[in-house]
Design a protein around this ligand. Sequence first.
Ligand SMILES: Nc1ncnc2c1ncn2[C@@H]1O[C@H](COP(=O)(O)OP(=O)(O)OP(=O)(O)O)[C@@H](O)[C@H]1O
Ligand code: SF4
Ligand SMILES: [Mg+2]
Length: 342
Amino acid sequence: MTLGHSDTLVSITDLNRTFTGGRRLLRKSRTMNAVSNVSLQIERGSVTGVVGESGCGKSTLARLALRLIEPTSGRVMFDGIDIGTLTPKAMRSMRRRMQMVFQDPYSAIDPRYRLQDALLEPFRLQGVKLTKAEASAKVEELLTMVGLRPELARSYPHQLSGGQKQRAGIARALALQPEFLVLDEPTASLDVSIQAQIIGLLERLKDELGLTYLFISHDLGLVRYFSDRIVVMYLGRVVELLPTPTALPRHPYTKALLDSTFEPDPKLRRAVAPAEGEIPSAFDLPPGCAYASRCPFAQERCRTERPELQSRPHHSLGNADGNMPPYEHPVACHFPLSLTSI
Ligand SMILES: Nc1ncnc2c1ncn2[C@@H]1O[C@H](COP(=O)(O)OP(=O)(O)OP(=O)(O)O)[C@@H](O)[C@H]1O
Ligand code: SF4
Ligand SMILES: [Mg+2]
């Protein structure tokens, strides 16, 4: 899989999204860039991981990719179609092809809904009429697909375990046979053993159904296990694009994230600060590199000139024959780490 390959399913170009902070007494309202100049190609059948600390813009990027919110500028193409230009009706029909799985799948669902009602809701929203027999066959098929017993169809959310609820959330996302799933921290609230089961399920479904994933997580360890490519975000910008899960990081922030993954318990891992130093306010970013206040390698140039994403030579672990694939490895850093300093 290479960047710019012709079998691109989702193509994101120069995407920006700003939010305006509330006006306070005697203060003007302020604007922050939640997502800045993000460009990304997602190949059909691949898993693209997105990693970064809380507030770096992962969920905003996800919502923009599915046009759940509108961009301030930039474009998202899905299978060659610019989704920003679609009418509400055309967008509704496009939604069948792209779905999202949330950290807490039941938070958006009425607790008085039985599991079967939750699974049939996507059909109702799309205006798909099912007979009673078709509906119960669909519910059974979906439950079986995600490893849940069909008898659970009549359960209420509070009767299900965390893992069962997430399986139900995945089943609901799959109801309309989408091609593209955005998984926004799908295992973050689950215990480690359940987390592994859900990742296993997602891997199996991807292979069986030929799905394409955008997989969002705080946890670089998990993202490296699950993804073909990894997008590292810091304060709204992509700072590095690892072309393979084993590519050695060249950006000091990715290196700090990677070092923090050596905490074996993923729950504790999330709490480990990946770098010391103050994080600048997203409302008031410095002119140079946003990471300079935390970066051990920062120099004068870093504080005045913003580093742009530039392709760098790629180094991958376990590539003993020295035949490096022609992958692009973009990094936004004036002084990227060399192999010797990693
Ligand atoms: N609707 C909104 N209105 C105002 N600000 C918002 C809105 N949605 C997100 N933001 C801000 O945009 C920034 C990015 O938020 P986002 O939710 O995308 O981050 P995230 O990387 O998903 O974080 P987390 O890991 O905590 O889920 C944050 O500073 C957040 O406060
Ligand atoms: S540009 Fe400078 S401050 Fe920013 S990550 Fe690179 S070395 Fe560190
Ligand atoms: Mg988020």
